[in-house]
Write a protein that binds this ligand. Structure first.
Ligand SMILES: Cc1ncc(COP(=O)(O)O)c(C=O)c1O
Length: 437
């Protein structure tokens, strides 16, 4: 692989964009590379960089591209929408269409509001929860990421963890005081806080995927639901990743739990900028112009993005019987082999998987269940894995704290090619560690 053009672009980028990137994980820092690859195009399961290197992609834009890059149905829909205009600042019929489609898949959502990102969706959902309950404090779980609004950058996952910290600077003490945190799965911790404090809402990824993928138990989610009911605390499921990915109706469909509010993003925009929050009518009707909780956006419900969402969600609704099964089978195909490599090359791994998501933790631990377990997994081994994969033409997450995303465009041929390179990665890790003994 040659990276001359990417390197040249990066040299310009670091002078003008902090770290050379517009979202920190893209910098490839924790996987010990001097610069990221700059992507030129994507099609199906593949992307190409500015040096024309071809890669099978396991990032898939961090989730939106469940159908793969530039799926023909999405592309055609977007082309049609663009012809009609880019943005109006006035409502369009398509927003209502997507709203109806999403609410049909999420029975907990009587009403929905579109935003431009997942960050805006969680930020607005919390504002509504505070107004509804007349309480200030919120509770989140360690290592869960809910976007980059102030209140949620406390004990956060994703890019913060990757760069070795969890609370962002630049957040007022007041905001920090109002966000309480417990480890994921710690129901006693949740109960204790809710018995002592007035909490507006619990916000959680029902299946955490931003400290690597973390196993989630229906029993825990049920208990959280119950303690929320007992204390009149609202429950927000942040399904920005899990929504339409684990099942059409997200984690709430799988675990049969109704949150009061749900946040969505990624897949509902089919690769274009959309987020959404929605839930019970009596809560949602607090939002302006019906009520006095303000939420707005110049590009909220942008027609091009909404059309991409309609096509993506439409495709998933029409093919739901086969899609989720196929994706899961393909993940199993990869992870079963990875377990074999682990044994053969004596490289310890714990693999967490759910539907079309999986994370390989290089660790002796049998289970990775909380942030602490994920933090103890080897970053060094992950870096060898990542770099071997990249050199072999496979893009995997440039952080041990993220999940691999698989799309419908990934073929058996792609998976077999991926496994060939993965085997090499395990060999490299073994050689590197044996050499040190
Ligand atoms: C669970 C979760 N919530 C919220 C967000 C924020 O979404 P966005 O990046 O669109 O602002 C993310 C982003 O990865 C996420 O994974």
């Amino acid at each position: 692989m040659k990276y001359k053009n990417s390197e040249m672009i990066y040299k310009k980028a670091i002078n003008i964009i902090p770290g050379g990137v517009n979202s920190p994980v893209r910098a490839f820092k924790s996987v010990k590379r001097s610069h990221p690859i700059f992507v030129k195009k994507g099609l199906g399961s593949k992307i190409w960089d500015e040096d024309n290197n071809e890669y099978i992609d396991y990032i898939c834009s961090w989730g939106p591209l469940i159908l793969g890059h530039n799926h023909p149905r999405v592309l055609n829909g977007v082309k049609e929408a663009i012809e009609l205009g880019s943005s109006f600042g006035l409502p369009t019929k398509m927003e209502v269409e997507l709203a109806e489609m999403v609410c049909k898949c999420y029975p907990s959502m009587d009403m929905i509001r579109f935003t431009t990102s997942g960050t805006e969706a969680t930020m607005a959902a919390i504002r509504v929860a505070r107004a509804y309950t007349n309480r200030n404090k919120i509770l989140k779980f360690e290592g869960c990421y809910h976007g980059h609004s102030d209140a949620l950058l406390v004990s956060s996952g994703s890019g913060l963890l990757t760069d070795g910290y969890q609370d962002s600077n630049g957040i007022t003490e007041g905001v920090l005081r109002d966000t309480l945190v417990v480890p994921f799965g710690d129901i006693e911790g949740v109960k204790e806080i809710l018995s002592k404090e007035d909490i507006a809402c619990i916000i959680m990824e029902p299946v955490p995927a931003n400290m690597g993928l973390i196993h989630s138990e229906g029993k825990f989610l049920e208990e959280v639901r119950k303690v929320c009911d007992d204390t009149k605390t609202l429950l927000i499921f942040d399904e920005v990743i899990s929504g339409f990915r684990l099942a059409l109706g997200g984690a709430q469909e799988i675990f049969k739990i109704k949150p009061d509010l749900t946040t969505l993003g990624k897949i509902i925009g089919g690769g274009y900028p959309v987020g959404a929050f929605g839930g019970r009518r009596d809560i949602m009707e607090m939002i302006a112009p019906v009520g006095r909780v303000y939420h707005a956006g110049t590009l909220s419900g942008n027609p091009v993005a909404v059309r991409a969402g309609i096509e993506t969600v439409g495709y998933l609704m029409e093919n739901k019987e086969s899609i989720y099964k196929t994706l899961e089978e393909n993940v199993d195909y990869l992870t079963d082999k990875i377990k074999e490599f682990s044994k053969e090359y004596d490289v310890p791994v714990c693999i967490n998987k759910f539907g079309s998501l999986f994370t390989i933790f290089f660790t002796d631990k049998e289970k990775v269940e909380v942030l602490k377990d994920a933090m103890e997994a080897s970053e060094e081994m992950y870096a060898i894995y990542f770099n071997t994969m990249l050199e072999g033409g496979i893009v995997t997450p440039p952080s041990k704290y993220e999940a691999h995303f698989i799309s419908l465009a990934h073929t058996k041929e792609d998976l077999n090619r991926t496994l060939e390179v993965m085997e090499k990665a395990f060999k490299n890790i073994k050689e590197c560690y044996n050499g040190r003994k």
